[in-house]
Structure formats: C-alpha cells, structure tokens
Design a protein around this ligand. Structure first.
Ligand SMILES: C/C=C/C(=O)SCCNC(=O)CCNC(=O)[C@H](O)C(C)(C)COP(=O)(O)OP(=O)(O)OC[C@H]1O[C@@H](n2cnc3c(N)ncnc32)[C@H](O)[C@@H]1OP(=O)(O)O
Length: 509
C-alpha cells in the first residue's frame, strides 16, 4: 500500500488497483484552496499511475464536501478552480466514483456530478443550495444536473435549494446506489464492477431530456407556478437561464453561459446580502463571553409567563414539562415588550429568567429571539440557545430590554409611518411601498394592494428603522450589528436580498 500526503488535507492510497482519495478538512470539508490543490494533484497522480484502474473520492469527518469555501468568495479564488478539477475528472479514462456521506452540497454535489458514478450512505443529503446565497451552481451544476436527472427535477433542486435524502436521490437518478453497509466498500465494489465496462460514463455527454418548444413550455410553466420566488431575488432567474442553456447548447457552451451568469451574481448586491446573512446567522449563535464549557439543561422544566397567543404558541413549540414559576428550571417571558430584569426583580430565582420570542408577524419565519437580563445565568442562556437549535430556529440574543430587537425596530418604523400619515399619505400607500421594497406585508397590516416602487416613502421608513438598529448596537442591546440584520431578515420580513437594516446602512441596498 502506497500513501502520499498532499497539502495535509487530502490523502491518497492505492489498494488492489483502486485509488482512494480522501479529504479531511474540518468542519465541513469546504472546497477551499488546500482541498482543491490536494484533490487536483491526487487525481493527476491516480490518472497517471499504471497501478490504478479506478478512483474513489470520499471524505473523513462529519460530511462529504459541503460546497465551495464561501469565505473565499470575497477575493480572487486561486487556481486550481473547481471547474478545472472537474474537467480533469470528466476527462479521466479511469472511472471515478463518489462515496457520499453527510451533506453533499453546492460545489460538493457538483464534484459528485463530475464523477462517473455516485454511491450515497442511507442518511446522506444532497442539494444545490446556492440560490440561498444568491448564486447558482457555477461548477457545472446547471449543465450536468439536467443531463443526469432531467430538466424538471434539476429546476426543482436548484430553485428550491432544498436537499433531497439518499432514497429520493436514487429515485431521481442523482445517485446510482444507496449503500446498505460500509459506504467506502460499496463505492470500491462499484468501481471494480464498472472498470470492466470500459470507457467511463460521462454526465457531460448525455443529452437533455427536453429540448426546443417542449423545454420552452416547461420553463414558462415553472416560472408561472413559482412567481413569488423570482420576485426581488436575482439568482432564480439566472438559474433558469443557465438550465435553459443546457437544453440547447453543447456542454462547453452551456458552461460558458453558466460562468457568465455566475460571475454576474457574484458581483450582485443581492448575493452579497445573502452571503452576509449566512455568516451573520452563524455568528449570532455564538454569544460573546459564553464559554463552550457551559452545559445546557437537557430537558428543562419551564414556566412560560402569560396567557396570550404568543405564550400559547411558545408552550406548544417548546413541548417541555411545565412547572410553577417557583420551581421551573427556566422562567420564560414570551412577550417581547416585557423587560427581563423587571421580571427577575420580583422572581425567587432571577437567574432562571429569560425571554424567548417567537415572532408571529411573519408566517414561516425561523427566528428565536432570546433576551438575557443582567441576572440571567449562563446555564439558562446556554439552555435557551440549545432550545433554538432543537426548534430548528436561528437564535439572536439581546440584552432583554423592552422590544428586544425586532419589535423595537418595527416600532420605530411604525412611528415614522404614523408621521407620514399625519402628512397626508395613506396607510395603504405606505404598506404598498413597503411590499414594493420586498417586505411580505406592510407596517399597518397584512392586507395590502399591489406593491409599488416608492423610493421617497421607503427611504423615510427605512431611515427610522436603520437609526433604531444603530441605537440598539450603540446601547449594547445587541452585541453585533450583524445580529440586528439576522433578527430582521429571519424574523421580521426584511428581504434577505437586501441584507438587513445595518447592511443597508453600509451599502444603501
Ligand atoms: C460554485 C460553487 C458554489 C458553492 O458551493 S456555494 C456553497 C454551497 N454550500 C452551502 O451553501 C452549504 C452551507 N453550509 C451549510 O448549509 C451548513 O454549514 C452544513 C449543512 C454543511 C452544516 O451545518 P451545521 O452542522 O449546522 O454547521 P454550521 O454551523 O452551519 O457550519 C459549521 C462551520 O462551517 C462553516 N461553513 C459551513 N459551510 C461552509 C462553506 N461552504 N464555506 C465556508 N465555511 C462553511 C460555518 O460558517 C461554520 O463555521 P463557524 O463554526 O466558524 O461558525
């Protein structure tokens, strides 16, 4: 057995004619420079070696490649780029098999698509989530996916950005096999089987399943059925155009269209805003000063204060054992208007008091605002953060003062809106201007007419919300400016492609 180490994060071994190339770059095997260089060199070596008949690519750690390294997007991405590596794979005379576990996402799934065959672990998830970053799958994904699974399934995968599980991936032809037992052994067995078949099967050589008028009709229908997705966001339209190119152009020409559209999106403020929110969301989950050694309570008893709609919704969502206030592990304030310190001042155990706010203004939002008073214990806070994760919600922690973050920012917008009404502008005109900017509803209520583009109204209202956001940070209510953006985008309907109030303050989105 021969072993060589390529820049530390990619290793390759050869066993009985099969080269096993393994990446190990925690936490998620993002395809940054070191991983790309390692892969490129290991592939070159395996393709050239007489002793190698077939190649398997796998990852150590918790997941197969989770995509391009988003942190690299801010600057020039050094070669070898993903497309160069995937072209090398395409051209390999020896079959290449991907052994997929965890989450194969974005550029990671595109790598698997550039392999000739794919085997997935039964609990693997595969997806092209670039749309959520305001991008498109720019490493051949828009050209290889429709050729492999058909145009309709490719559209669904790329426009929704949602991953599919291994069983669904097998059903639509995204993977060849789901491994019942050991994934790598299954991939190696497949590699041996296909070696006997001769020339590897290349996705780029397949023909699209629909072309011409039938393809045109399919795109028009898809757009009509998903109109809301195409409003405001730039990426979905570009994805559609790139897939459309795959139905009428040879692979390399389609790739050139994909590349041009990808570069446009990379430069767009929509994508900058969405990438800002991606990292801001992850930063918000890390609370300054809260040590990693603080253990959350596993199944805390809770006393949710209040009898209103918010309190009931929170009790239902938490689904935890309830206890009287004097005995509960957590004393939870559901109403964002109530100060944590005010409740703590009269509580027998002030360290257990915390605010948990599930915003009800915007349907389908995924925020949990957490208010931490001056006396809230680290354990109570860590428990609140763990509850957010369990609920599948993004936590944003504030100082627990009245209005927390989102309600306070919205209230500032409402005050400005009332002032406009005082100047003779109708509430409906104001609400339609806000939906024109991209909010799902207006400041006065959900029922609004057709959205309008009214820069003057929008400027006034947003200025009030931006100022309040800045005050929230100055006062130390939110530890970071980006936390306010996360709260407003994930919980209060601020359009993701605008990036939030303090992103707007910097870039005038
Ligand atoms: C042309 C090609 C374009 C592309 O490929 S665009 C990228 C497409 N891929 C994605 O969008 C995937 C994004 N990542 C995720 O969805 C999640 O992550 C995972 C499902 C992979 C894992 O989720 P979880 O287990 O909850 O971990 P976590 O807290 O989200 O991430 C752990 C750390 O990994 C960093 N990270 C995740 N994905 C990437 C990436 N693609 N590039 C760079 N960093 C990444 C995060 O920021 C964080 O880091 P910290 O611990 O320092 O906060």
């Amino acid at each position: 057995m021969a072993e060589t180490l390529v820049p530390a994060v990619v290793s390759d071994t050869v066993r009985d004619g099969i080269a096993l190339i393994v990446a190990d770059s925690p936490p998620v095997n993002a395809l940054g420079f070191a991983v790309r260089s390692g892969l490129h060199e290991a592939l070159g070596r395996a393709i050239a070696a007489d002793a190698v008949e077939a190649i398997v690519i796998a990852c150590d750690g918790r997941t197969f490649f989770a995509g391009a390294d988003i942190a690299e997007f801010a600057g020039l991405i050094p070669e070898p780029g993903l497309n160069r590596i995937y072209a090398r794979m395409d051209a390999s005379p020896k079959p290449i098999v991907a052994a997929i576990h965890g989450t194969a996402l974005g550029g990671g799934l595109e790598l698997a698509l550039a392999c000739h065959y794919r085997v997935a672990a039964a609990d693997a998830k595969l997806g092209l989530p670039e749309v959520q970053l305001g991008l498109l799958p720019g490493a051949g994904g828009t050209q290889r996916t429709p050729r492999l699974i058909g145009v309709a399934a490719a559209l669904e995968l790329m426009i929704s950005g949602q991953p599919v599980d291994a069983a669904r991936a097998k059903a639509i032809g995204l993977v060849d096999d789901v491994a019942g037992g050991d994934l790598r052994e299954a991939a190696i067995a497949l590699a041996r089987r296909v070696t006997a078949e001769g020339t590897p099967r290349r996705t780029r050589d397949r023909s699209p399943d629909v072309t011409g008028d039938a393809a045109e009709a399919l795109f028009a229908r898809f757009r009509a059925d998903h109109e809301a997705v195409f409003t405001g966001f730039k990426a979905p339209g570009h994805i559609l155009r790139a897939i459309e190119a795959s139905t009428r152009l040879p692979f390399d020409e389609g790739r050139a269209v994909e590349q041009a559209l990808f570069e446009e999106l990379m430069e767009s403020h929509e994508s900058l805003a969405q990438r800002h929110i991606f990292f801001a969301e992850r930063a918000a989950a890390k609370v300054p000063g809260l040590g990693r050694d603080v253990r959350p309570l596993a199944n805390p008893s809770v006393a949710v204060l209040g009898e209103d709609e918010r309190a009931d919704a929170l009790r239902n969502a938490l689904a935890l054992p309830s206890a009287p206030e004097g005995e509960a592990d957590l004393i939870v304030i559901a109403d964002p208007a109530i100060e944590v310190d005010a409740v703590a001042a009269r509580a027998a155990r002030p360290e257990a008091v915390v605010a948990l706010h599930l915003p009800i203004e915007v349907a389908g939002n995924r925020l949990l605002e957490i208010g931490r008073g001056t006396r809230t214990s680290d354990v109570a806070l860590a428990t609140a953060l763990a509850l957010a994760r369990r609920l599948g919600r993004a936590p944003v922690v504030s100082a627990g003062t009245a209005g927390l973050i989102g309600t306070r920012v919205l209230a500032a917008g409402r005050v400005a809106a009332e002032a406009l009404v005082g100047e003779g502008i109708s509430a409906s005109a104001i609400d339609r201007a806000m939906t024109g900017y991209g909010f799902p509803s207006g400041l006065f209520g959900p029922a609004v007419g057709e959205a309008v583009d009214d820069a003057a109204i929008v400027r006034r209202l947003l200025a009030a919300m931006v100022e309040e956001s800045a005050r929230i940070v100055e006062q130390g209510v939110a530890p970071r400016a980006s936390d306010v953006d996360v709260a407003m985008v994930l919980g209060f309907g601020w359009p993701a492609w605008r990036g939030g109030p303090l992103f707007r303050a910097e870039r005038a989105t």
